[in-house]
Design a protein. Structure first.
Lengths: 120, 584
């Protein structure tokens, strides 16, 4: 003779009609988790999370500081290049100075026109 | 929990004590971190924050180079001061050798000895070394040696227009010329950076950094044309040499705008090495700062007054007797062989003092009286603006001096003398500006050396001419006066001007007061010439005024014609081509 056992574990009865209505001879098993985190574990976890957050904050701050150095370096480069540009402008102006132009071979080879005429 | 500890009275006490201590800490921390938060944050920021001044770059100065181009007269260049803290210098000999090799003539006297003096914490080793020298020195990596950067003014055109420019002293302040007059415009406004820094003072991008950017000074474009400036400086130098003079000035002005095209004085100086100048008067722009009795060039203004008031006209005549007695003084002409009936144009041609005294008398309805003096004074001060500063952008401008007719010194004799430029002081800029107004149809433009402002890309925003006064003379009177001056010049200086052009002007020779006797002396005279050029009586293109202060000529009465007029003629003939004035 065969027999079947139906085990019911704290199954809440569905109220009303449900598509998952318990049927006759249906084997149903549900394990209830009874284990949980204790207060110490919670504290440790929170501490770890705070540490991680702190580390992230410090990393960001360090990164930002590093940007400060980069900015400073770039500013120094910019200033140096600006100084070089000004030096070149001065050199260019000196090369085009009137006294230099007057004393150039090209200018010395020029002659003064006897007369100036204008065409309409 | 069933600990026996909790039941023990001493342990219990200890627990409460610990709790109390903890509570004290918590309260204290709460007080420091919450209640006193702002205070300590500010303290911390003050500790970590450094204020940096962001220097503003001084504005550069450009000159015109022909009609459309500009060219730099004053630029900025980075230069460095090399210093050392001898306590940290490890190898003095190597440092000194590197400095001698790289900084050369820029080293400070005795720097080697200072390098060895370990009691010093700061000593300057070299000044004003260039960027290239600084790079070479930096590559040497000399311990204990540092460099401080600063800007210095450089002058690509050398001493060109030195007195118009002035210079900038070691404190960064403009001295003389436009550098002083427009120091505020040129120097700009320094900026500020408040930033959290590391131990080396490098700004970090954390915290609330505050940055106010520096406002650089404005770049000025002068109305000075470098080619005209260079030419007049050379002609003035040559002209002074011919008459063995040492002091002279020239101004060239556009009569239709009041813009100064060139302005030169001798002796002059080099603004790059201004500290080597021994004669400080060389710093001054005598055209604006040195008033003098201009002599017969003022006859033009007296005649303009007479014509505009209807006291005389172009064809009026008078009987020239060679001299005229005014109260207890006798005024004589230089030329004594032109007596007889003379026209107003001949008053210019022969420079007749009696002629302009006659004009003054006509202003008083035939007599030299208070009315005549009042009318002349009114024109001189209200129409020609004598006795007042013109406001040109130059330091040390003088307003000159003109005596009012209602004071004891403003008597008939003085006013008779004033008709031909004695007894009152004018600067050349006053005379050239008023003269421009007389010949341009009657509009007095404020004289200026500023043509506009340049941005960093070289684009120029032009400054409009500023009208100070209209109706200085009526337009038809202005043209009459131009005709008379042209006729007078053409007759008295035949063949010196280019054909087809309309050139006019008037000489001026003024005696100077001998400091020993306090009286006018015949030994020295100031020669002047004030004239214009163009291609018609309604189109003057330039006004030129020349002054030669100490010409060594045989007859001092002719200093204006002998010393100053040739300089005018030379410049005038050259300008006609340079400005491409077409003959009519």
């Amino acid at each position: 003779m065969s027999s079947s056992t139906t085990l019911t574990i704290n199954m809440p009865q569905s109220t009303g009609r449900s598509s998952q209505a318990w049927r006759r001879n249906q084997n149903t098993v549900r394990h209830q988790l009874t284990a949980g985190l204790g207060p110490v574990s919670h504290t440790v976890l929170i501490a770890i999370m705070l540490c991680i957050l702190g580390l992230i904050y410090l990393t960001q701050i360090t990164k930002t500081s590093a940007y400060g150095y980069q900015i400073n370096d770039l500013k120094n480069k910019q200033e140096k290049l600006a100084d070089q540009k000004r030096d070149l402008e001065v050199e260019s102006a000196r090369l085009q100075a009137l006294e230099r132009v007057k004393n150039s071979d090209v200018a010395k080879a020029m002659t003064t026109p006897v007369e100036t005429n204008y065409t309409n | 929990m069933n600990l026996s500890l909790t039941k023990h009275s001493r342990s219990h006490t200890l627990l409460w004590v610990m709790c109390a201590i903890g509570a004290v800490f918590i309260v204290r921390l709460f007080y420091l971190q919450v209640i006193q938060h702002d205070h300590y944050e500010a303290e911390a920021l003050r500790e970590h924050t450094t204020k940096f001044t962001l220097p503003a770059q001084r504005g550069e100065i450009f000159a015109r180079d022909g009609a459309s181009k500009i060219t730099p007269l004053v630029l900025n260049e980075a230069s460095y001061t090399v210093y050392a803290d001898p306590r940290y210098v490890t190898d003095g000999a190597k440092t000194a050798e590197a400095l001698r090799k790289i900084a050369g003539g820029n080293t400070v006297n005795g720097f080697e000895a200072n390098l060895k003096n370990k009691d010093l914490q700061y000593t300057i080793l070299a000044r004003q070394i260039s960027q290239k020298q600084a790079d070479l020195l930096e590559a040497e990596k000399l311990p204990g040696v540092g460099m401080q950067a600063q800007d210095r003014r450089v002058y690509p055109e050398g001493g060109l227009a030195a007195q118009v420019l002035g210079y900038v002293n070691n404190d960064g302040q403009g001295q003389y010329g436009i550098e002083q007059a427009l120091n505020g415009t040129l120097s700009g406004k320094p900026g500020l950076l408040k930033a959290v820094t590391d131990v080396r003072g490098i700004p970090l991008s954390v915290g609330n950094n505050v940055q106010e950017p520096a406002q650089d000074g404005k770049n000025l474009v002068l109305s000075i044309d470098r080619n005209i400036q260079s030419y007049i400086e050379q002609v003035l130098k040559d002209g002074l040499e011919k008459v063995k003079a040492k002091h002279g000035s020239v101004i060239v002005m556009d009569p239709k705008t009041g813009k100064v095209m060139a302005m030169a004085n001798l002796p002059t100086f080099d603004p790059a090495t201004y500290y080597k100048t021994e004669d400080y008067s060389a710093f001054q722009n005598a055209v604006v700062s040195n008033p003098y009795e201009a002599g017969s060039v003022v006859k033009t203004f007296t005649m303009g007054t007479g014509l505009n008031e209807g006291a005389v006209n172009k064809d009026s005549t008078y009987n020239n007797t060679g001299s005229v007695k005014i109260d207890d003084a006798t005024i004589r002409n230089v030329l004594q062989n032109v007596n007889g009936t003379r026209t107003m144009t001949e008053v210019f041609e022969y420079s007749l003092n009696t002629g302009v005294v006659h004009v003054l008398e006509q202003l008083g309805d035939g007599n030299l009286n208070a009315k005549a003096r009042e009318r002349l004074y009114g024109y001189f001060t209200d129409h020609f603006l004598f006795g007042k500063k013109t406001g040109i952008e130059q330091s040390g401008e003088s307003g000159g001096e003109i005596i009012a007719p209602d004071v004891a010194e403003g008597n008939n004799v003085r006013y008779a003398n004033m008709t031909f430029g004695q007894g009152m002081d004018n600067t050349m800029i006053q005379l050239a500006s008023a003269y421009s107004a007389m010949i341009n149809g009657g509009t007095y433009y404020k004289p200026t050396v500023i043509d506009g402002y340049a941005d960093d890309d070289g684009a120029v925003s032009k400054k409009n001419p500023e009208v100070v006064k209209t109706d200085v003379l009526r337009p038809e009177i202005s043209r009459q006066l131009v005709d008379m001056m042209h006729d007078a010049r053409t007759r008295s200086l035949k063949g010196v001007d280019r054909g087809g052009y309309f050139i006019g002007g008037k000489t001026g020779t003024s005696q100077t007061i001998d400091p020993k006797t306090g009286k006018y002396s015949d030994k020295n005279a100031i020669g002047s010439y004030l004239g214009f050029g163009g291609n018609s009586n309604s189109n003057p293109r330039y006004v030129i005024m020349v002054r030669v202060t100490d010409a060594q000529v045989s007859d001092t009465a002719t200093a204006g014609g002998v010393a100053a007029a040739p300089i005018f003629t030379n410049i005038s003939n050259w300008l006609l081509d340079y400005l491409q004035v077409r003959p009519l």
